[in-house]
Design a protein around this ligand. Structure first.
Ligand code: AMP
Ligand code: MG
Length: 329
């Protein structure tokens, strides 16, 4: 059931969380499918609804940074001082992986000694966390490996949460930046709208970007197990425009997603075309990316072709998602 986020409906959603149910709620990045992070059975429902592999840990959402010490081990002074610097970016689209103190069930952390935490900025997410007074474990509200939702209409019908709070379009539109404070240097696990450059400025030190290389802790488990090569994919085949060869495709219905400009008129007769940001604002490209893919996916096309960009600034996050979203060769 999709409902507007009135005070009554947020209270109802909060009761659902506290009593072990699941709630889809808006955040500024993408919509989340949430459950009480302290309730193992409730969190299991999240994995089941998404068909999410059990090895892929969840981000724990808390209402403010004072809550973080309840679930983490901040005895290492270096971790603590780095976290204090990053706290200036909360609430916001930043997730920090920290040593866990063991109080959050294994199901949330995929049995890792670490926990990923975030303070979301969306007012509805904030109100929900305020009301329910428990941490909410929430991955993106989409079936595993499918496109993330950036509005309530994108929530797939098979994702049967107990309630869906409609908070309008997600402003950031791509998943949070994830940084890990678990070793000698800060690690970028997933790029997002907060760029490496911005984070380095806040931390006043270099960050090691491991977002494109699967890393292991002492040969045991993946540091960031969810970063699989196929992810964020529409059902319609998707390729980069640079890999599109129009010859032999004339009878096909092809959709075009340009970052800045529509296709050249004599290039190909596209069945649909869309421009993400006519003034080339890359934050806007990111914000509109999933909505455009959802839209194209609903048009019974044979193929979607999409622009690419340099992997710098927020372009790193855009290409991180698109390189996993395109059809594997
Ligand atoms: P999603 O909620 O779908 O945006 O995915 C969350 C991602 O956060 C996962 O796929 C993991 O890669 C990452 N993550 C969550 N918890 C941890 C953790 N304890 N350590 C490292 N990465 C994590
Ligand atoms: Mg996800």
């Amino acid at each position: 059931m999709i409902v507007s986020p009135t005070a009554d409906n947020i209270r109802a959603a909060s009761k659902i969380i506290v009593s072990g149910g699941t709630v889809v709620f808006p955040t500024e990045t993408v919509y989340g499918l949430g459950a009480n992070a302290l309730d193992e059975l409730a969190v299991r429902k999240v994995y089941a609804l998404k068909s999410r592999p059990i090895e892929n840990p969840l981000i724990v959402h808390v209402k403010d940074s004072s809550q973080i010490q309840l679930y983490t081990d901040l005895s290492d002074s270096e971790v603590k001082s780095r976290l204090e610097l990053l706290e200036s970016l909360w609430p916001g689209p930043l997730t920090v992986v920290l040593p866990s103190n063991g109080s959050i069930p294994d199901i949330v952390t995929a049995k890792q000694p670490t926990i990923a935490v975030r303070v979301p900025a969306h007012p509805v997410a904030q109100e929900l966390l305020n009301e329910c007074r428990v941490p909410i474990a929430a991955p993106s509200a989409n079936p595993s490996s499918a496109l993330s939702p950036t509005s309530a209409e994108h929530i797939a019908s098979e994702l049967k949460a107990d309630i869906i709070l409609d908070g309008g379009r997600s402003k950031v539109g791509i998943e949070s930046t994830i940084i890990a404070l678990i070793g000698p240097v800060p690690l970028l696990l997933r790029p997002g709208s907060l760029t490496v450059e911005e984070l380095q400025e806040v931390l006043k030190e270099e960050i090691a970007d491991v977002s494109e290389s699967p890393l292991h802790i002492e040969g045991e488990s993946l540091i960031s197990p969810g970063m699989l090569p196929k992810h964020y994919s529409p059902r319609t085949p998707l390729i980069f425009i640079r890999d599109f060869n129009p010859s032999g495709q004339r009878s096909k219905r092809v959709g075009y997603i340009g970052f800045k400009a529509p296709p050249e008129p004599d290039q190909f007769d596209y069945a649909a075309s869309m421009v993400l940001s006519s003034n080339g604002d890359m934050q806007q490209v990111a914000a509109n990316l999933y909505a455009a893919l959802h839209d194209m996916d609903g048009r019974s096309l044979d193929l979607i072709v999409i622009d690419d960009c340099e992997r710098s600034g927020i372009g790193k996050a855009i290409m991180n998602r698109l390189s996993r979203a395109v059809s594997q060769k």
